[in-house]
Design a protein around this ligand. Structure first.
Ligand SMILES: C[S@@+](CC[C@H](N)C(=O)[O-])C[C@H]1O[C@@H](n2cnc3c(N)ncnc32)[C@H](O)[C@@H]1O
Length: 185
């Protein structure tokens, strides 16, 4: 039976070639759909601790690092080694000292309740164990923090149910294509 590219590669990192193609595509995407404009939908403040889950080549991590300033921190997380390499390289090139990269497919080893904002863009659909990823998000997010998801591969109802269905998060609002969730009690 036919399986989409997304389904076929679910659970395993892309090949290096695919990752490079995706990165090249994102360079063009970012001209038309500016990461800075998209991130205006997430309330990132100066000094915040922010986690970009599924950072890819780091389009959003770079903008977030500028928004939080030198006393804030951005954790750029991805399972693909090339993503980590690319983000580290971009951070050095831009003189950004507030980005920490983490290579993982779920657990971050960060302390509990230290993150103000988690955003996960165009990545949630590829999780094979979303329950585990959501538990990790819930663990590291401050009680008054927020989780922002954008994923054009999923229908709105499915996306909201996937996030809220486990009882860890509640849907708060939608701004453009970005869905905001807060922690349930
Ligand atoms: C389509 S890209 C999106 C990159 C970035 N968020 C953006 O929109 O520019 C998805 C990224 O998520 C990463 N990824 C997918 N599943 C993951 C998982 N379970 N844990 C960590 N990273 C994951 C992939 O390696 C890829 O870099």
């Amino acid at each position: 039976m036919f399986k989409s590219h997304v389904e076929k590669h679910k659970g395993e990192p892309q090949s290096n070639f695919d990752f490079k193609m995706m990165s090249a595509f994102f360079s063009i995407r970012d001209i038309f759909k500016k990461p800075k404009v998209i991130l205006e939908n997430a309330d990132i403040k100066v000094d915040d601790y922010v986690l970009d889950y599924g950072c890819g080549p780091g389009s959003y991590s770079m903008v977030a690092a500028e928004l939080v300033g030198p006393n804030g921190q951005v954790f750029a997380v991805d399972r693909h080694p090339l993503a980590i390499k690319k983000v580290n390289k971009k951070a050095v090139k831009r003189g950004l000292n507030n980005i920490t990269t983490i290579q993982t497919n779920c657990k971050t080893d960060l302390k509990s309740c230290i993150i103000d904002v988690i955003f996960c863009f165009d990545t949630f659909h590829s999780f094979t164990q979303p329950k585990d990823n959501l538990s990790e998000f819930h663990r590291i997010l401050k009680n008054n923090g927020a989780l922002y998801i954008m994923d054009t591969h999923l229908f709105e109802d499915d996306l909201i149910l996937s996030i809220t269905g486990r009882g860890l998060f509640e849907f708060s609002e939608k701004r453009d294509e970005v869905y905001k969730f807060i922690k349930s009690n």
